[in-house]
Design a binder for this molecule. Structure first.
Ligand code: NAD
Length: 491
């Protein structure tokens, strides 16, 4: 990543080809994010978007859909009109070679019309089973250009185990080299997740204590209030471990525990993240049962249980909740338990990290009465960082009370960009720092596979938890066993 600050101000020339242009992701995330980049002048005159999918839409219809997806009262109508004029629709079945010929002709025409100089971004916003076919046709039908760059962006899920992920990876990397291959993990585009490195490495105070001498345990919670909703078909084949732990949670673990990279560069950061993931302690199958909890939600308070949801088998054993205790056995973190949990139908949607520092041995205070220092990174909904400290109670005597030190992250009240906006800009700039590298994906899958295999071999029972709770009792017991408790109670 070179001099991004300067480049970010400059208009980017690009042709976006969005496979799955009629889909939910395109409408909810991609079109609004592209509009933000347009409003900021990063996209101006020299860009075009081709939306492709099977439906027989027209350019005008896609433009209407884009208009609706970015609709907001305060936008100037003129700006929206100008923006949507850059959108074109191509009805396209990804398995039909003929359709790629039409796509190439349209791409060439738009390249000339908007003077894009051959820069192309292919966004695969559709089922991964099509990725290989699309990549192959992009190459064989010469939709990739010689003149500019050709980058491919793919969505999760990236495989369902190491083998399938490798197959998927090979099917794309045959045609696109690693530096042109951007695997989205949208958590990496979140401002607060990017702040982990800033907090850790720019503050001497935190740097000094960010290790197993001072940190007692780390807790990561990614909770959702929603149930399985419309994604039953996919979720039944995945479950919480594959859906959330393999990608988002392990990415967060790597950012929290990696050694300090030699520089703020894609390759140095990557190297350290990969090393952290490689250092994840693997458990024997029997130890998986001791250190991991899996559970399914059951009906409560008007909400139906997982087994009563549409399209879910009556005897499904898919976990909708997982909690676990991990260790990263590198120099700074060996011995520090990292408790993770994620699940559906919990009390609320939140992503937060609690770093609990060790209790202090001291004769100055009654150490039993001393609260621990806890650094909380509240990724969402609030986007805050705060530190639990002890201070003196006002008045006579020397009693203590807990106090919260808030770190101001946004003094100017700037609008925080959406993760997808930041990631699309990174992809335009060719900066893959905030995307998942193949080796990260591979190590994460190997770790997750070892848990899945132990479960499948009968190690560890499937527990139950009520909708609207913070998971099963076994998740509390996991920490209690070590004399700990979840800092975040879900309230
Ligand atoms: P979707 O079902 O809403 O859209 C799928 C798109 O693919 C549609 O445009 C459809 O017309 C197109 N399509 C399907 N078969 C086709 C074919 N044979 N030829 C051409 N087009 C075809 O799905 P989505 O929610 O937009 O998700 C797209 C991808 O992104 C999925 O892999 C999903 O797992 C992933 N994803 C989505 C979200 C999200 O918020 N929606 C979040 C993370 C990841």
């Amino acid at each position: 990543m070179k001099a991004v600050l300067a480049i970010m101000e400059i208009e980017q020339k690009a042709l976006f080809v969005i496979f799955g242009g009629t889909g939910d992701l395109a409408k909810r995330k991609l079109y609004p994010s592209l509009f933000q980049l347009y409003k900021k002048g990063i996209l101006q005159d020299n860009f075009a978007v081709i939306g492709t999918a099977r439906r027989p839409w027209t350019d005008e219809h896609l433009q209407e859909v884009v208009r609706t997806s970015i609709a907001s009262n305060d936008e100037s109508q003129k700006q929206i009109d100008e923006f949507v004029r850059h959108f074109y629709y191509q009805s396209h079945n990804v398995n039909d070679t003929e359709h790629y010929v039409t796509l190439r002709e349209l791409a060439e025409k738009l390249d000339l019309k908007y003077q894009i100089n051959g820069n192309r971004l292919f966004y695969l916003a559709m089922s991964p089973r099509f990725f290989g076919t699309i990549a192959q046709h992009l190459k064989s039908q010469n939709i990739v250009t010689d003149e500019g760059y050709n980058r491919v962006i793919v969505e999760k899920p990236f495989g369902r185990d190491f083998e399938s992920a490798k197959e998927l990876n090979d099917s794309i990397s045959k045609y696109f080299p690693e530096e042109a291959f951007f695997r989205i993990d949208h958590y990496l585009g979140k401002e607060m997740i990017q702040n982990i490195m800033a907090l850790r490495f720019s503050n001497n105070l935190f740097r000094a204590v960010w290790n197993n001498r001072y940190i007692d345990n780390i807790q990561i919670t990614l909770s959702e209030a929603l149930g399985v909703e419309e994604r039953a078909g996919y979720y039944e084949t995945a479950g919480a471990l594959r859906d959330m732990v393999q990608n988002h949670i392990l990415q967060i673990v790597s950012l929290l525990t990696m050694n300090m990279p030699a520089s703020y560069s894609e390759s140095d950061i990557r190297r350290e993240k990969i090393y952290a993931l490689k250092s994840l302690k693997k458990y024997s199958p029997a130890k998986v049962a001791e250190n991991f909890v899996r559970a399914q939600y059951i009906g409560n308070d008007g909400q139906v249980g997982y087994l009563q949801e549409n399209e879910i088998a009556d005897d499904s054993t898919t976990e909708t909740f997982v909690a676990g205790k991990l260790f990263v056995n590198n120099e700074n973190f060996s011995g520090v338990p990292i408790y993770i949990r994620t699940g559906k139908r919990l009390t609320q949607k939140t992503t937060r990290i609690d770093i609990s520092f060790k209790e202090m041995e001291t004769s100055f205070f009654d150490s039993k009465k001393l609260g621990r220092n806890i650094l909380t990174i509240n990724v969402e909904p609030e986007g805050q960082v705060y530190l639990q400290t002890n201070i003196k109670k006002i008045g006579q005597g020397f009693d203590l009370k807990p106090s919260r030190m808030d770190l101001q992250l946004n003094n100017e009240n700037e609008v925080v960009p959406e993760a997808y906006e930041k990631l699309l800009l990174d992809a335009l700039l060719g900066d893959a720092t905030n995307f998942a590298h193949w080796e990260e994906v591979a190590y994460a899958w190997k770790f997750v596979d070892s848990i899945r295999e132990a479960w499948d071999a009968g190690n560890g029972d499937l527990s139950e938890y009520k909708c609207g709770s913070m998971g099963p009792k076994e998740s509390e017991d996991l920490l209690k066993h070590d004399g700990n408790h979840w800092v975040f109670t879900g309230e």
